[in-house]
Write a protein that binds this ligand. Structure first.
Ligand SMILES: Cc1ncc(COP(=O)(O)O)c(C=O)c1O
Length: 406
């Protein structure tokens, strides 16, 4: 690890921060020979290249003075209006001052943590949970405590017990972090009943709910459930949305939605972070929505990724031995795999990388350090050929290990 002679000057929070799993992952999958089922990255096949280049040319001709200029911290007003009307399940209550354009949902979560968390504040999170979200909490000195996740998402009965237990110990909980739709990494969705229960608990214990929802539009079966933000009657939900998965992660487009008071506080925090989100990106998205292209793209992306999910599941069924368990996600990018209890996915990863196949071990998603025997496979970015080859290799590895144990 790189050290610096003046590291005693780092803040307490920075001193405590540890190596980023995301950074380690990027380094691994950057090797060109690797067939990666690791990152939750979209497939470049479906990036809107031709349409965006035509839009950009027009913008260069007609709006050059605006698109290269600073913009307002809140984001382009017309874009916020269109997002509220077309991309929210709460348009009737969402005025543009309830929306802040962010550089992806990662920035939204970071700003929300900045607004709500003091060092030592407790946030309850799923076991497992996306490590970008728990990392954002930790980066403000917050403390994540885990609550089990099952096929219905965050177990709100267990959450109720945890809240009661912490209260009895005199420990104040500030909030709950959840990815309600097609969760990263477990692929599960929070049921409607649990959404309501979660909000009841938030009201009873005076909590803020961080609703991190980048996968809502990637729903492969039926339609999305009402968001926590839409069900909330008390202004307790701050929702973080993203166009990274259905449009382009490189354009860094997302938004935070919630009570105008919260959004104003987050806007103040953003002023000192980056002043304004990338202006050309916002104008490109604005045009894209105005030309009525986004709804069609969302539909075609759903079909595209549904087929990739089905392809990967079929390959897993063909090649994985019976002792290995996994779920069928109804949307999103991830399949969560459970190995036999006493296995360590990190050993498997080592062998797998030797065969040029990468995945993500499950443990970094468990804030209590459990989950050693789990791993996450993503079907989003890899080509079908790579999915087939990688799953065949992994299947062989798993079968060899099981035979060695018998
Ligand atoms: C649950 C979750 N939240 C946030 C993000 C970050 O997305 P963005 O590119 O919008 O910052 C991801 C990306 O993988 C994610 O899975």
């Amino acid at each position: 690890m790189d050290t610096h002679p003046l590291q005693h000057l780092y803040s307490d929070t920075a001193q405590k921060a540890h190596s980023s799993t995301i950074r380690d992952l990027c380094a691994l999958v950057a090797r060109p020979e690797i067939r990666s089922l690791a990152g939750g990255w979209p497939d470049p096949e479906v990036f809107p290249g031709a349409e965006l280049s035509a839009i950009f040319e027009t913008l260069m001709r007609e709006r050059r003075r605006e698109i290269f200029q600073y913009g307002s911290t809140e984001g382009v007003l017309e874009l916020r209006q269109l997002i509220a009307e077309q991309l929210m399940d709460t348009p009737e209550v969402l005025a543009p001052d309830s929306l802040l354009i962010t550089q992806g949902s990662a920035q939204g979560m970071s700003l929300a943590c900045q607004v709500f968390l003091d060092p030592g504040d407790i946030v309850l999170v799923g076991l497992p949970s996306y490590f970008g979200g728990t990392g954002a909490v930790a980066s403000r000195g917050g403390v994540c405590i885990g609550v089990p996740v099952d096929e219905q998402g965050l177990d709100t009965e267990a959450l109720a017990r945890r809240l009661a237990g912490l209260k009895a110990e005199g420990r104040r909980v500030k909030g709950v972090y959840t990815v309600p739709n097609f969760q990263n990494p477990a692929g599960v969705t929070l049921s409607l009943e649990r959404r309501q229960h979660l909000l009841e608990l938030a009201a009873a214990h005076d909590l803020i709910v961080f609703e991190d929802d980048p996968y809502q539009d990637l729903c492969y079966e039926g339609s999305a459930l009402p968001s926590l933000l839409a069900l909330d009657r008390e202004g307790r939900v701050v929702q973080l949305r993203s166009l990274s998965k259905i449009f382009s992660p490189g354009l860094r487009l997302g938004w935070a939605a919630g009570h105008p008071g919260i959004i104003r506080k987050m806007t103040e925090a953003k002023q000192f972070a980056d002043a304004t989100s990338n202006t050309p990106s916002q104008f490109m998205l604005l045009e894209y929505i105005k030309q009525d292209l986004l709804a069609g793209r969302i539909r075609s992306n759903r079909d595209f990724y549904r087929q990739k999910r089905d392809f990967m599941l079929k390959q897993m069924k063909l090649h994985f031995p019976e002792a290995i368990a996994w779920n069928t996600p109804q949307g999103g990018f991830f399949i969560f795999v459970r190995l036999p209890e006493d296995w360590d996915a990190a050993d498997l990863l080592q062998e797998s990388v030797d065969r040029d196949v990468a995945f993500v071990t499950g443990q970094p998603f468990f804030v209590d350090g459990r989950g050693k025997n789990t791993l996450r496979l993503s079907f989003s970015q890899a080509s079908r050929d790579d999915i087939q080859a990688a799953i065949t290799e992994l299947g062989e590895l798993l079968t060899d290990r099981i035979s060695a144990e018998i």
